[in-house]
Design a protein around this ligand. Sequence first.
Ligand SMILES: Nc1ncnc2c1ncn2[C@@H]1O[C@H](COP(=O)(O)OP(=O)(O)O)[C@@H](O)[C@H]1O
Ligand SMILES: [Mg+2]
Length: 248
Amino acid sequence: MSLFITFEGPEGSGKSTQARILYETLQAQGYPVILTREPGGTRIGEWIRQILVDLRHTEMSPATEVLLFSAARAQLVNELIGPYLAEGGIVLCDRYADSTYAYQGYGLNHNLDDLHTITAFATGGLMPDLTIYLDIDAERGLERKRQARPAPSPLAPHLAALQESRPPTYGKPEWNRLDARELSYHQRVADGFRKLMLREPERWRRMDAERSIEELAHLIVEAVAPLLERVQQYNPPPNQSLPDAAHE
Ligand SMILES: Nc1ncnc2c1ncn2[C@@H]1O[C@H](COP(=O)(O)OP(=O)(O)O)[C@@H](O)[C@H]1O
Ligand SMILES: [Mg+2]
């Protein structure tokens, strides 16, 4: 068995921060785990991401936006998420299909049934076992994001390699085309996420993103713990299997 966990929430709610902490926690406990993000996470997907976030692309049609997100997702599921789950691992993903429903559905008023059809086509119907929702007022989250400083990320070397000669963007405070939309859009998105949670309450865990980073990390570990039984740990954990040179 495998485990697929996603992080959702408005910009600046702490998704990337908490995904990184959970990744490091599970890895230290000897679980087979990977961390990835949307849009992106693959060579093709990172190129699509550049097109999506480029502030110059003001002419992008709403349908183009949906299809580019979906194309990046299709590649990610096919190339990375699907194969890793098939091996029985844990996949952590910073945003996934729920973001399409919230941002392009509730935010841009696309028909939700159409989005569902496109998403099912892109993902083969793969949905997370658990989705952590970091709940924050949209304006407050954007403010946090504006003030964000570059943070080291376990994804950085991986993504730098994917971006080839392009400058790595991960970990940099990126103020992009999608962030730059008006506040009312971001508020519709946040309301949309709440509606999505009401539809499938068993899959979602909502957390108050105003709590401290440490408190949230603890709550997330608690939420994940019951699901870990289905994943086989490495024995012993890989980073503890090397002899300690200092004692030789
Ligand atoms: N619980 C928290 N309390 C206060 N600041 C936080 C918290 N979680 C994250 N931050 C800060 O908010 C900013 C945005 O966090 P980030 O994880 O990048 O959010 P997201 O990935 O959801 O956009 C970063 O500067 C981060 O350090
Ligand atoms: Mg982020």
